[in-house]
Each structure stands twice: as structure tokens, then as C-alpha cells.
Design a protein around this ligand. Structure first.
Ligand SMILES: [Zn+2]
Length: 210
């Protein structure tokens, strides 16, 4: 029997070698836990936004470690970013990003009711159709959060968490350019709307229009 796909209900977000555990709103002391895996230059790092983590390993970090282990096991020993970069989703994102300048922050959403289900229409900055998102499941909510289309006072949402992961995984070379007001091609690609394809799994279906 195929093991359950941990992405399906996942509270995990990833960016490069960084992973984060999205807070559980029902918790009394929510926290966003981050795990930055070791690379050639740096050892692994773990941090959490909760107050307890300054004194001890909090439950958020323990939960993230547990989810990370299940995810890597499901992915045959690879981290999610490695799997994405080897996938057709990555090739597709690269091709689509060449033809379009739309960033995660420039797209707009419209919700279309169709019978009992709801379709999300994704429009570019000139109101052109980018995509229709058909899946009605909880993944649709995750997509909305990743696009940052949530109230400003919402608890740290997925878009904010992905931004923090980008900050935590920036390289010395990128920092050098960023301090002078430039971004590298890699960073520009990662801000692109189509780069979000990294999060799609078999359960997250998208009908491409472009
Ligand atoms: Zn914590």
C-alpha cells in the first residue's frame, strides 16, 4: 500500500533548504518553527517564534522535526526542494516564468461558484487570465494563503512564512547584491507566480490557461 502523502494535510512550507511549520491557530502559545538544513557552508539551524524556544526545545520544533522526518522518508531521502528542482513542475515553472512577469504579489483572485463547488480564477496585473484553480479541498485555502490574500491581521500566514524562509536561506552573494538594491535571477524567479508550482502535488490540481 502506498504511504499517505504527508503533503496532503501538511502544515509544512519550504523554500530552498529551509522548512517551516505553520502555526496551529487552536494553540494557546502558537509559534512558527523553522529548520534550515545544513549545506556546504553552514550547519543546520532551528528556531521558533514562540517565547518558550529561548529556554528549551519547544513543541513546535519537535513537531517540525517529526513532520520533516516523515516527509523526507516519503520523498525517498530527499528534501522537498530537491524533489521540486528535479520535477516537471520545475521545468514548467521555468518555461512559464520566461513568458510572464507576474509575481506572487501581483496576481489577483476571483471566486466563481459553480454548483456546490468553488473555482478560483487567478488574474494577472492586467486582468489577464493566468489560471483556474479547480480543487475545492483544503489545498485551495493553502494556495490563497501562499498568495498572501488574507486579512492583514491574520496570524503569520504562509506567504509571510515563505518570505521569512527566503530571508533565512539567502546566500552571502545574494546579500551582497541585495544590499546594493539588486536581486539575483534566482531570487527574481523565486518571487514569480509560477514558482508557486513547487507546492502542487497530485491533490493540488491546476488548469493552465497560458
Ligand atoms: Zn515554539
Amino acid at each position: 500500500m502506498e504511504p499517505p502523502n504527508p503533503f496532503r494535510q501538511s502544515r509544512i512550507e519550504f523554500h530552498r533548504q529551509g522548512l517551516a511549520l505553520v502555526p496551529d491557530e487552536s494553540e494557546r502559545r502558537p509559534g512558527v518553527a523553522y529548520l534550515i538544513k545544513a549545506n556546504k557552508r553552514d550547519p543546520s539551524r532551528r528556531l521558533c517564534s514562540c517565547s518558550l524556544s529561548a529556554r528549551k526545545t519547544c513543541n513546535h520544533l519537535l513537531k517540525l522535526a517529526e513532520e520533516y522526518k516523515a516527509l523526507v522518508s516519503f520523498l525517498g531521502g530527499k528534501i522537498p526542494d530537491e524533489v521540486f528542482r528535479l520535477s516537471t513542475w520545475y521545468q514548467l515553472a521555468t518555461l512559464l516564468a520566461r513568458e510572464s512577469k507576474e509575481k506572487v504579489k501581483s496576481v489577483k483572485l476571483q471566486f466563481i461558484e459553480k454548483g456546490a463547488s468553488r473555482i478560483i480564477r487567478i488574474l494577472g496585473s492586467k486582468d489577464q487570465d493566468m489560471a483556474f484553480y479547480l480543487s475545492p479541498g483544503p489545498d485551495a485555502g493553502r494556495l490563497i494563503e501562499r498568495l498572501g490574500q488574507v486579512p492583514a491581521n491574520a496570524v503569520p500566514n504562509r506567504a509571510a512564512i515563505i518570505e521569512k524562509l527566503a530571508e533565512l536561506t539567502v546566500t552571502d552573494n545574494e546579500r551582497f547584491f541585495n544590499q546594493r538594491g539588486y536581486k539575483t535571477n534566482g531570487q527574481i524567479f523565486e518571487e514569480h507566480f509560477w514558482y508557486l508550482l513547487k507546492t502542487f502535488t497530485r491533490e493540488e490540481l491546476i488548469e493552465l490557461l497560458t
